[in-house]
Design a binder for this molecule. Structure first.
Ligand SMILES: NC(=O)c1ccc[n+]([C@@H]2O[C@H](COP(=O)([O-])OP(=O)(O)OC[C@H]3O[C@@H](n4cnc5c(N)ncnc54)[C@H](OP(=O)(O)O)[C@@H]3O)[C@@H](O)[C@H]2O)c1
Length: 242
């Protein structure tokens, strides 16, 4: 066993459960985790570092350190994303055109699009050349084709832009790291702080636990043929139209 995994955004409601599951598979020598904050506890087999995961300089330091230590990554999950925030920087998904504002757009794109772009850029140094899977948490609302409801301008656009980045990077990865599978994943509506304010609108039986979506992800992402990468998949393993 000398496979390694990395989870970016370790404090998230979904990420926390995923980390536990990855450790428990016993498939990975080390599950590396990164987050802006320190976790309450570290599992055996987990190695954690806290830094600003959207800072290119910090990400570069971290990835370079892995590279210097001879670490290669087989399974990477970027589980970061924002929909609403309160406090100093308040984000609220827009309901109407008049709600759009520059500051809010900048924050959605910084976290939901630029952060994954930085990791896509840096990970080329450390992915296992003989086979790796990199998953980015996207959302169905990022589908340009499947948009019949409208609203949530900034979140939708930042996830659509993430999908475009992954699709574009897949072309270059195919040339430089042809054994890498890239995935944009929609976890369903999951019971975490991200979906809390919107859970009353969810149909019965459609609010998933982090456990459910993580199990699905692990099942779906194993054995995806590299020739068809990139994938945009939902929790059921169904393809979402880009
Ligand atoms: N929950 C749902 O219903 C749902 C539905 C569709 C898609 N998704 C997507 O699934 C992913 C995980 O969501 P979740 O439900 O686990 O959300 P969550 O519990 O709110 O976790 C938020 C995640 O985003 C990161 N994050 C938040 N603000 C950030 C910032 N300013 N800079 C850098 N990182 C930041 C956190 O990383 P740190 O560890 O650094 O704090 C954490 O990993 C997201 O991409 C989300 O868009 C969720």
């Amino acid at each position: 066993m000398n496979k390694n995994a990395l989870v970016i955004g370790a404090s998230g409601g979904i990420a926390k459960v995923l980390i536990e599951k990855l450790v428990n598979t016993g498939e990975y020598e080390t599950v590396y985790t990164v987050s802006r904050s320190a976790p309450d506890s570290i599992l055996q087999g987990q190695q954690h570092e806290s830094f600003d995961t959207v800072s290119e300089a910090d990400v570069d330091d971290y990835v370079s350190k892995l590279k210097r230590s001879g670490v290669t990554l087989d399974y990477v999950v970027c589980a970061t994303g924002i929909l609403h925030t309160s406090g100093e920087m308040t984000l609220k998904p827009e309901k109407r055109l008049e709600d759009m504002n520059e500051e809010q757009f900048a924050e959605y794109f910084r976290v939901n699009t630029v952060l994954p772009a930085i990791w896509l850029k840096k990970l080329v140094k450390v992915v296992n050349k003989s086979g790796a899977t990199i998953i980015f948490f996207s959302a169905r609302v990022g589908s340009i084709t499947d948009n019949s409801l409208g609203g949530w301008y900034g979140y939708r656009a930042s996830k659509a832009a993430l999908n475009m980045l992954v699709k574009t990077a897949a072309i270059e990865y195919r040339r430089r790291l042809p054994n890498t599978v890239l995935v944009c994943y929609h976890p369903g509506t999951v019971n975490t702080s991200l979906s809390k304010p919107f859970q009353t609108n969810v149909k019965q039986g459609k609010l998933f636990s982090p456990d459910f979506t993580c199990e699905s992800l692990l099942k779906i992402s194993s054995g995806l043929p590299v020739e068809q990468s990139p994938y945009y998949l939902d929790w059921a393993g169904e393809k979402i139209p880009w």
